[in-house]
Design a protein around this ligand. Sequence first.
Ligand code: GLU
Length: 343
Amino acid sequence: MNEVRVRFAPSPTGPLHIGGVRTALYNYLFAKKNGGKMILRIEDTDQTRFVPGAEEYIVQSLDWCGIKFDESDYVGGEYGPYKQSNRKHLYKQYSDELLAKGCAYIAFDTAEELDQYRKEAEANKQTFIYNCQTRKNLRNSLTMSKEEVEKLMADGTPYTVRFMIPENREIVMHDLIRGEVKVQTNTLDDKVLFKSDGMPTYHLANIVDDHLMKISHVIRGEEWLPSMPLHVMLYEAFGWEAPQFAHLPLLLKPDGNGKLSKRDGDRLGFPVFPMFWQDPKTGDTAMGYKQSGYYPEAFINMLALLGWNPGTEQEIFTMEELIQSRQGLSGLAEGRKRHRRFA
Ligand code: GLU
């Protein structure tokens, strides 16, 4: 096997939830177990969701937990910069490459127009999606003449670049935890890859960076499973080898219904954040394990056991023991079958 290189790729949109810490921890344990590298990449392409102080919070929290990075903007590394806003200049050429290959197209529909289509569809109890059916009737480079498109672009009309999902295909993928996952392409929408503000979307930046940073395994929360077919098709379109994927089950509410939230923590008296957080805009505060008096070793021990156990009576682990006792990702797959509720 090539070198194991994994990444934790948070978006600085708020404090890091303990589910995120667990994702980082599982990446870390997997990297260390396999003599690999752990990378921190900050995914801040969505400027509208940027929250001041969130990146610092994430970095300090992971440091408090003892999750150390081999590469990041803080410790350096040969694949940097590791913050997407500082890699902005890199992405357009990849979007252009997909346009040239006919795997993507230019769309001029405005936010207002798209909103209108959504409302119309809703009125008919339907959902509007920009896909292989609707794209044939919308304002894009597939329906307009080359001259028209060139003129609009020359006039500075805002546009986005969308991925053209192939019609009538079944995408068969392998997830290290879930096993085989199959998706019909006609159920997917033509996601925006490049926005009118000159920034890539999460999808494009994430794939380009995972490729350029030579990531071997993408280990992330299950909320990203629906994006996996798009990501697999993007690798295919670029002609790049895809990393292996592992989507971790989420931490659920104590009753098992839905994602664990700050409100559950408040109600039941436990923090859902590693450290104290104060929202810079609203002033809202959230308690943290650190300020509540827990040792980081105990916090990590608890998180490691939410979704995994060694199959013995051992309940107390040092980080080193956790690294050694993990049976790779098969351990995580095992954990999926077991209890993972937070209680
Ligand atoms: N920026 C994404 C997040 O905040 C990363 C998802 C991924 O790991 O691909 O969850």
